[in-house]
Ligand binder design. Structure first.
Ligand code: BQF
Length: 296
């Protein structure tokens, strides 16, 4: 069994980004600048945003966190987005999800300039992804592709079963794995809450990608021997032995499933760190095309 080590690969990717930033800055350009907008912020969102800011500093980016109250009016948040769109000193920005229930997240995402939409959530960028055009690939699916590529997992003609149909993970990874390219050319089945007998489908899969947030969902009896398992689920479970008071667990019954697979991602240290690295990669991409546009 090979562990798909996202921690290690994300560090390699960040080293490459750091080198590239160093070259740009030495040639007289300003640093790439990523802004994260955090609204309210449950504990998890705060952790994610600070992990992203910390990663920015580590590769030599400038980063700014704009923290707004959970009670912010939708119109005010739209103003924040509009200012970031106009700010020449900002290459890319994200609005950390989820947003409070009184804010229409779709409307906020649609207000983002697609060229600064480093999460790749704007409908223009989603459309480009579907059509196979150049765009920002959403960070989590992008991280999964890079893990598959790095570990040279064959995908052409393989059966990929995705469990979870979110706009952020399930839908885009399904589209990407069916693209006419590597990693891709797979036959994709997208499962969700109305799917009958998910286990019957996952048992036929060469690659299973779970993105549910249901600890222990994927049990060993639901996979084929020798398959590849990619666990996108991140749940916090109470653990008094940790100083944080919790630990992260995925959707996979890891101890049992690892005995049966050819490759598997751990949680933590699998897809999660890759998500951060690919957000930085997208920001570098935005910076490089932005620099070309404004002639910095
Ligand atoms: C790790 C996220 C659900 C909903 C919104 C490293 C992260 C997580 C785990 C991280 C996630 C999950 C992020 C590990 C960002 C991934 O070591 O395993 C990093 O920070 N993530 C997010 O921004 O929004 C989410 C999951």
């Amino acid at each position: 069994m090979v562990l798909l080590d996202g921690k290690e690969l994300s560090q390699q990717i960040c080293q490459g980004i750091s080198r590239s930033v160093g070259n740009s800055v030495r040639s007289g350009k300003r640093k790439p600048h990523l802004v994260a907008v955090l609204v309210g912020g449950n504990a998890a969102s705060r952790t994610y945003v600070s992990a992203k800011a910390k990663a920015c500093e580590a590769v030599g980016f400038r980063s700014t966190v704009i923290h707004k109250s959970a009670a912010i009016a939708e119109e005010e948040l739209l103003c924040v987005v509009s200012e970031l769109n106009r700010d020449e000193g900002v290459d890319g920005f994200i609005v950390q999800l989820p947003l409070p229930a009184h804010v229409d997240a779709t409307r906020v995402i649609q207000a983002i300039d697609p060229q600064k939409d480093v999460d790749g959530f704007h409908p223009t960028n989603v459309g480009k992804l579907v059509l196979g055009l150049d765009t920002f690939i959403p960070a989590t699916p992008y991280g999964i592709l890079e893990l598959i590529r790095h570990y040279e997992i064959p995908t052409a003609g393989s059966r990929v079963v995705v469990v979870g149909r979110s706009d952020i993970v399930g839908k885009p990874i399904g589209i990407l794995m069916s693209r006419k390219a590597y990693p891709g050319n797979a036959t994709v089945t997208l499962c969700h809450s109305q799917t009958r007998n998910v286990g019957e489908l996952t048992r036929q899969a060469d690659i299973v990608i779970t993105a549910l947030g249901v600890p222990g969902f994927l049990t060993a009896d639901r996979i084929k021997a020798g398959s590849v398992v990619i666990d996108v689920g991140i749940s916090r479970v109470a653990d008094p032995s940790k100083k944080s008071g919790y630990r992260l667990v995925g959707d996979v019954d890891f101890e049992a499933v690892r005995q049966k697979v050819s490759h598997i991602t751990p949680v933590p240290g699998g897809v999660g760190p890759m998500t951060i690295a690919m957000l930085l990669k997208n920001t570098l991409q935005a910076y490089e095309s932005h620099a070309a546009a404004v002639g910095k």
